[in-house]
Design a binder for this molecule. Structure first.
Ligand code: PXP
Length: 237
């Protein structure tokens, strides 16, 4: 079964726009679970422009499903995740000011840094995932660094999908085979949507998890959160 982890960053962005507590991020997370999400993802950034550190601590004891925290492994980030102990930490190479993640790690260049970080997380019993492109070498070095899983950066798939779905997914199928051969678990995320998710899943049915935020929250404006989550889940059958 491929799990759907709902990234609730955009919900926090909306809340922060007015400085109050509407919408309530914790309630939305619990409702996502109630409506069928298999996990909740957050990406706390140093400037707290969407998910805040406090949200991360508040969410931990409330969630019943899998909690995935994404971020660049700065000292602050590592201190927080070691305290919070989510089920999974996804390492992304973002700079603090970046609008959104827009590339995977250069795992060859940063292999020793990633090894150190992954060892600490593995030792703490937290499952690890490293955000990568489809380049087989990047996946091989992620495995060498000691990650449990890789998360494929799917923006290139999403942007090429409309023109030629088969060509768009082909490099991801190859990358997924490399990951499987290396014994890695497989996640995927970025710009996945109701339009492109089913094709991705059909071609890579051994995918462990997708994490989806932007398109899902946009769809919820029209369809409502409950129906939206059900429709995303339907894409994973
Ligand atoms: N995976 C990672 C590593 C991300 O940084 C993001 C965006 O925060 C996502 C998945 C979700 O992407 P989207 O919001 O486009 O669904």
């Amino acid at each position: 079964m491929t799990k759907l982890s709902v990234n609730i960053n955009k919900v926090a962005t909306l809340r922060n726009a007015r400085g109050g507590d509407m919408p309530n991020v914790l309630k939305v997370a619990l409702d996502c679970e109630r409506f069928g999400a298999d996990g909740i993802t957050v990406h706390p950034r140093p400037d707290e422009r969407h998910i805040r550190r406090k949200d991360v601590y508040d969410l931990r004891p409330l969630l019943h499903t899998e909690f995935n925290i994404e971020g660049y492994p700065s000292k602050d980030f590592m201190d927080m995740v070691l305290k919070v102990k989510p089920h999974q930490v996804t390492l992304v190479p973002d700079s603090p000011t970046q609008l959104t993640s827009n590339a995977g790690w250069d795992t060859k260049l940063h292999c020793s840094f990633l090894s150190e970080v992954l060892e600490v997380l593995n030792h703490a019993g937290i499952r690890t995932s490293v955000f990568v492109s489809t380049d087989p070498e990047m996946i091989e070095y992620a495995a060498k660094a000691g990650t449990d899983r890789v998360e494929l950066y799917t923006e290139p798939y999403a942007s090429a999908y409309a023109k030629d779905p088969e060509a768009a997914v082909a490099p991801f199928v190859e990358a997924a085979k490399v990951a499987r051969k290396l014994g890695l678990g497989l996640n995927a995320g970025h710009d996945l949507s109701l339009q492109n998710l089913h094709c991705f899943y059909q071609n890579i049915p051994w995918l462990d998890e997708v994490s989806i935020g932007h398109a899902l929250i946009c769809d919820a404006l029209y369809l409502g959160l409950e129906r939206t989550i059900q429709e995303y889940k339907n894409c994973l059958h």
